[in-house]
Design a protein around this ligand. Structure first.
Ligand SMILES: Cc1cc2nc3c(=O)[nH]c(=O)nc-3n(C[C@H](O)[C@H](O)[C@H](O)COP(=O)(O)OP(=O)(O)OC[C@H]3O[C@@H](n4cnc5c(N)ncnc54)[C@H](O)[C@@H]3O)c2cc1C
Length: 394
């Protein structure tokens, strides 16, 4: 990894000069693909470094789009269940003729099953749908259909209801497109010229008697070793940006893979020698196996780049502790930072964490200001307006 000095660097720019898009991606070489979590961790989180071409630029806060391909075993399972060889010819979404194998491997979402796919599939039967399939159709059977699709993939549907697809082209009406997945960028380009880094949690689970993987994270976790090439594009996110005022304090809440953009923020502030104070809250299950980028953050603390660092390892304690608990424990100081104009950022899980963190933040404001929760809500609304409360949650 190359490090540069602050003097030699261009300033942060928000403009992207790149000809590569999701429809015309850049074929990027995998430079590093290593596991961050320890062998005893319940999670498999990896650090992936990808090569960029000259002229491809990004700003901390941006994401990288990665275009996955489906796993061999899943592709073969689908072709076998359909009774096709894969050499049949089909027209892709742009009406370009390709082999069925290529279509199933690179164009069609044969991973987790969507309810819409079940409906489209059933349409092929007209009135003659098997009873089991009919029981998944219509508004009255929505709950049954949702239960059916949960944890299932397309191969399960065609195995449960065989012989319905007779023409390979029908797959394009049934299945959604295989779409790129977004990953928050975990690096500063000024610290790592020509590279983009990501922090990816590999999704693996067992359901209905089979071991499954997330399409893209599984692709990155299993099939993208160093030297392989994969299609990517850079995705601008102007709603998640470091303050323009380089001396403004920054508070970052990034549990799990939510840490990614904050590694980017911190590297950027470090490499540019920006004077603003930085406070990071990181959370995961266990410090021994799940402390992502531990050494790098320790070094940043030593150098004074990371002014404050609080961790919450939920499984290290009898009573589970989360980032929002650490915020509460440090409420007075956190409010003081807000009062001095700190920018507050949240990244990671949208379903629970982001809500719990917002509740804690409102509480911190109410306590610190000795005001009501209504006052805290107004305070937070004002922060939002000033772009001092930014979230990147998924
Ligand atoms: C702006 C943005 C930034 C992001 N940044 C990051 C990042 O930095 N790091 C990161 O890791 N991810 C990030 N993500 C999420 C990422 O884009 C993918 O959604 C994620 O990697 C899963 O994609 P996949 O293709 O591996 O899984 P998919 O094939 O899409 O499958 C995931 C789905 O599998 C199903 N599933 C999962 N577990 C189970 C289970 N136990 N039982 C049954 N079904 C299950 C669920 O329906 C889940 O939605 C980000 C998303 C966005 C939108």
């Amino acid at each position: 990894m190359t490090e540069q000095t602050a003097e030699a660097l261009p300033t942060a720019s928000t403009s992207h000069v790149s000809k590569y898009t999701r429809n015309q991606p850049y074929l990027s070489e995998v430079l590093v693909n290593e596991r961050l979590t320890g062998p005893d961790s319940e999670k498999e989180t990896i650090h992936v470094e990808l090569a960029l071409e000259d002229g491809m630029t990004y700003t901390p806060g941006d994401a990288v789009g990665i275009i996955p391909t489906n796993r061999d075993v899943v592709v073969e399972g689908v072709l076998k269940a359909l009774g096709f060889t894969g050499s049949e010819r089909v027209l892709d979404h742009y009406k370009v003729e390709i082999s069925l194998d290529e279509a199933v491997r690179t164009r069609l979402a044969i991973g987790k099953l969507a309810r819409g796919s079940v409906n489209q599939f059933a349409k092929l039967c007209g009135e003659n749908a098997p009873a089991g399939l009919k029981a998944l159709l219509g508004v009255d059977n929505k709950a049954a259909a949702e239960e059916y699709v949960w944890g299932r993939e397309f191969v399960d549907l065609i195995t449960d209801f065989p012989g319905i697809i007779t023409d390979p082209q029908q797959l394009f009406n049934i299945l959604q497109r295989l779409t790129p997945r977004m990953y928050s960028i975990a690096s500063s380009q000024d610290a790592h010229p020509g590279q983009v880094h990501t922090t990816v949690r590999v999704v693996r689970y067992n359901s209905h008697g089979a071991d499954r993987q997330g399409v893209c994270s599984g692709h990155l976790g299993e099939r993208c070793q160093v030297g392989k090439v994969m299609p990517i594009f850079l995705h601008e996110n102007n709603a998640f940006r470091l303050p323009e005022d380089t001396s403004a304090p920054v508070v970052m809440i990034g549990p799990g893979t939510g840490i990614a953009p904050f590694r980017s923020f911190l590297e950027h502030r470090q490499v540019h020698g920006e004077p603003g104070r930085n406070w990071l809250f990181f959370g995961e299950q266990r410090s021994i196996s799940d402390y992502l980028y531990k050494d790098q953050f320790a070094e940043m603390q030593k150098q004074g780049v990371l002014t404050r660092l609080h961790t919450a390892f939920s499984r290290d304690h009898l009573k589970k502790v989360y980032v929002q608990d650490r915020m509460q424990e440090n409420a007075a100081e956190l409010f003081e930072w807000l009062e001095t104009g700190a920018y507050f950022y949240v990244c990671g899980d949208a379903t629970r964490m982001a809500k719990d963190v917002e509740t804690a933040l409102l509480d911190v404001i109410a306590k610190g200001s000795k005001g009501t929760l209504e006052y805290a809500a107004e305070y937070l609304a004002a922060m939002k307006k000033q772009k001092r409360y930014q979230r990147d949650v998924y």
